[in-house]
Design a protein around this ligand. Structure first.
Ligand SMILES: [Mg+2]
Length: 365
């Protein structure tokens, strides 16, 4: 059921609609912390005159949110949109933070919808509105934790489909993780970039042994091998791991990024609109990372094409973003949003003004 909140007519933004949905995944997705068969999302539409800006929240345990918490907090954000100037989407994040702390995926939904409106009003695709020039970028494809044989089968399939980089989930059992990684490297050859993601599953000693054992496999990145609170472990790995370590779950706010820098506990950072609260805050975190000399990746939660497009537009406009991990939509059995370009492992931003994504609201019933 779609909920709607009317805003008095004098304001520029007239109505917000939102709907909560559960999208089945094509196949079970398993990482170190657990398995999931569905993606949980809240779609948002923000109306201003004839324009409609659209956004999506993907709440997870990483940000301490659920679909219920998103639905609970969205009405409070109406106040921030009161009198908001469409041309200044960058001013919204501070207003949202003043209303309530945290809740970044709910904020991301509103923030990207307002950026969608601003770019539509300007008549350009969002990446151009943000100053970007390129319109496409290669993403990796993720292989969840599973036995070696099906993992190898998937690796072969994705490379055949055109992906030039694969992300392999690890962090469950170092021995079987290593065996799976070796088999994937042997199957895809030396030219495919491999990344691994521990999702906080290892103790630092395990992570260091794993990285040393995988040294000859030419792994580009080792994402969040240890728990988000283990700064000492991350620092040791940043200094001693032969694979560069990337912080993910430990970086939600700009202050988190500063803490990572001061503690010297990463070599790169994974940005996600859902962790930081939309494009403005993601840009704030990215700027801190750039000044610290950390290249960034733009990653995702279980997200449909709508918010994946927002992540892509952001990435296209930032010179500090080196990698993309925007593949979750490829594992959704039915996506109510369409329009994202995709060709041989490359995501292509729509050429229409704004995010350029169509959301089929009728599908929500
Ligand atoms: Mg990660």
């Amino acid at each position: 059921m779609i909920s709607a909140l009317a805003i008095p007519a004098a304001m520029r933004i007239g109505l917000i609609e939102f709907v909560s949905i559960e999208i089945p995944r094509k196949e079970r997705f398993t990482i170190a912390r657990g398995s999931s068969d569905v993606a949980e999302n809240v779609f948002v539409a923000v109306h201003a005159g004839d324009l409609v800006g659209q956004g999506c929240a993907a709440p997870t345990d990483v940000t301490g949110e659920t679909r219920v918490s998103v639905l609970d907090v969205l009405p409070a954000f109406v106040r921030a949109l009161d009198g908001h100037e469409l041309r200044k989407p960058g001013e919204l994040a501070d207003k949202l933070d003043k209303i309530v702390p945290g809740n970044p995926s709910a904020k991301a939904a509103i923030d990207m919808a307002v950026y969608d409106l601003a770019a539509q009003e300007a008549g350009v695709p969002l990446f151009r509105f943000l100053g970007g020039t390129r319109d496409r970028m290669a993403t990796d494809m993720t292989i969840g934790i599973m036995p070696t044989a099906p993992a190898v089968e998937r690796a072969r399939r994705w490379v055949k489909d055109g992906f030039r980089s694969l992300k392999v989930k690890v962090g469950a059992d170092p021995r079987s993780d290593l065996e799976r990684l070796r088999a994937i490297r042997a199957a895809v050859g030396p030219r495919v970039e491999l990344r691994v993601d521990g999702n906080q599953g290892y103790a630092w000693g395990q992570a260091l042994s794993f990285a040393r054992a995988a040294k000859d496999l030419d792994i580009a990145i080792f994402e969040q091998p240890v728990p988000r609170t283990d700064y000492e472990g991350m620092r040791t790995l940043a200094e001693s791991s032969p694979i560069p370590v990337m912080a993910d779950e430990m970086v939600l706010t700009p202050d988190d990024a500063k803490r990572v820098r001061w503690s010297n506990c990463a070599r790169a950072v994974n940005l996600k609109l859902m962790k930081h609260g939309g494009l403005t805050r993601t840009s704030d975190v990215d700027t801190i990372c750039a000044s610290a000399g950390y290249p960034t990746m733009v990653g995702c939660m279980g997200e449909p094409q709508l918010s994946i497009a927002a992540g892509l537009h952001f990435a296209l406009a930032s010179k500090n973003v080196r990698w993309l991990d925007l593949d979750s939509w490829l594992n959704l059995a039915s996506d109510p949003s369409t329009g994202l370009g995709f060709e041989k492992g490359e995501l292509i931003a729509p050429s229409k003004p704004g995010l350029g994504i169509d959301v089929h609201w009728a599908a929500f019933g």
